[in-house]
Design a protein around this ligand. Structure first.
Ligand code: NDP
Length: 451
């Protein structure tokens, strides 16, 4: 039996980072993966999604170009052409991941890993032993148990459909639902977005959530709030007939459930092992990512903290430092920036206004809402810009920044550095702007909103 210092199960962002950094610093490491190298992010998440965002956005750009004097014919979006190019790019990235592992001296094992005991992993007919095991298997889409939901797709299938659905009903009000509603609408599909609550994007700042309702509706998406699917049937032509909880009925080519993700821990370890999990199956870990079984660790989406690639890679780096240098893990989950790649994007870092109220923190709000300079020449009303900054009234520290803007993620990344460094509003104010940009608004917010 081959013996390792570390066996990683899962070749996604967190697992690959932990494996290759640990190996390059002297550990004997093996990594096991059963589906695609690079995990969710590279194969059925961030990367192909962002390529689809670019593809979709050309429809807006072609319209805008006409307003600027170009004679541009929009034409049709060629889905199979795009998918072929996307697949080639993903294969290239899969290869890069394998090369990085190989260059670092990691033993690569294809197959489904099963943890037999605290030091043994079984893959097919082979057994491997290790001093420590890292579970980094990520998650998978969750589909609610609604009659007919077996006819529906999730984000695992949307990237591989042979043709673009002409009409689609998307269920959910989170990252994936909103992003794909915008992507598919931009590509020319008739999109209906169903959200069970009154206001989507739970957890984001309320001003952002409220403003996005108008922007989503202005971009031609049929948004239905406070409703859900009761039942889905199939018509003769393969269309889906959908009955809604509010009594409404819909027909569409596809139904796409974007109703969250669950950890992929089913059948991952022996019943003899007492690895504690949450109700959803997330591995419960301590501050150093160690599970209830000493020597078995977990990180990334499978621990259910924040399902974001940069979080998984930061956790991997911190864990390797902990193992090799006994350095305490120091990740501040309260200031993790994120972006929702809607059109325009939403991006956020730090505290929301509701959170400040909940914690009893005295705060002031600075905000700006304006029309993008570019759209003074076009009629695009779905792309207004909004930025909001929350400032501690006593310490002047910037607590959070939230934005709706084209490329908002690119703007907020800079604000995230400032907030991480503990910047005050005065620090933002003495920063010279870059003109004319959207981002300069963050350093010219002068008057607090009346509270
Ligand atoms: P989210 O948790 O973001 O959203 C799930 C949505 O589905 C919520 O609106 C939720 O409603 C709704 N929902 C949950 N269960 C049901 C149900 N039974 N019936 C109807 N609606 C339901 O999950 P996503 O699937 O969008 O994304 C998963 C995670 O992946 C995200 O949380 C994020 O961490 C990550 N991700 C990040 C991206 C990025 O960084 N840009 C892009 C895509 C994903 P409610 O709010 O009422 O509970």
């Amino acid at each position: 039996m081959d013996n390792f210092d570390l066996i990683v199960i899962g070749g996604g962002s967190g697992g690959v980072r932990a494996a290759r950094v640990a190996a390059s610093r002297g550990y004997k490491v093996a990594i096991v993966e059963d589906t695609h190298w690079g995990g969710t992010c590279v194969n059925v998440g961030c990367v192909p999604k962002k390529l689809m965002v670019y593809a979709s956005h050309f429809s807006h750009e072609m319209e805008d170009a006409r307003a600027f004097g170009w004679s541009v014919e929009s034409g049709e979006f060629d889905w199979p052409h795009f998918m072929k190019k996307k697949d080639a790019e993903i294969s290239r990235l899969n290869g890069i991941y394998l090369k990085l592992l190989d260059n670092a001296g990691v033993t690569i094992i294809d197959g489904r890993g099963f943890i037999e005991d605290a030091n043994t992993v079984v893959v097919g007919d082979n057994k491997y032993s290790a001093e420590r095991i890292l579970i980094a298997v990520g998650g998978e889409p969750f589909k609610p148990n609604v009659p007919g939901s077996e006819h529906c797709i999730t984000s695992d299938q949307i990237f591989f459909l042979p043709e673009r659905p002409k009409s689609i009903v998307i269920v959910g009000g989170g990252f994936i639902a909103l992003e794909f509603a915008c992507i598919l609408a931009g590509m020319g599909s008739a999109v209906t977005l169903l959200y069970r609550g009154e206001l989507f994007l739970r957890g984001f700042d309320k001003d952002i959530r409220e403003r996005m309702v108008g922007m989503i509706e202005n971009s031609g998406i049929d948004l239905r709030l406070s409703t859900d699917i009761e039942e889905i049937g199939l018509s003769g032509e393969g269309k889906k007939n959908i009955r809604l909880t509010d009594g409404g009925e819909l027909e569409s080519d596809e139904v796409f459930y974007a109703t969250g993700r669950i950890p992929r821990t089913k059948d991952l370890w022996s019943d003899q092992l007492d690895i504690q999990t949450s109700k959803q199956g997330a591995v419960l870990v301590d501050d150093n990512f160690e599970s209830s079984v000493p020597g078995i660790y977990a990180l990334g989406d499978v621990v259910g903290r924040m399902a974001l690639t940069p979080v998984a890679t930061a956790e991997a780096m911190a864990l390797v430092d902990y193992w090799m240098e006994a350095k305490a893990v120091d990740i501040d989950y309260s200031i993790i920036p994120s972006a929702v790649f809607t059109q325009p994007n939403i991006s956020s870092v730090g505290m929301t206004e509701d959170h400040a109220i909940e914690k009893g923190i005295p705060y002031a709000v600075y905000e700006t809402d304006f029309k993008h300079l570019k759209h003074n020449l076009t009629d695009r009303s779905s792309e207004r810009i909004y930025m909001k900054m929350l400032v501690h009234k006593e310490t002047d520290k910037v607590l959070g920044v939230h934005a709706i803007a084209p490329d908002a993620g690119e703007i907020i990344q800079g604000a995230a550095v400032a907030i991480t460094a503990g910047a005050t509003k005065a620090d933002f104010d003495r920063t010279i702007g870059i003109h004319p940009t959207m981002a300069e608004e963050l350093v010219t917010l002068r008057t607090a909103r009346d509270s």
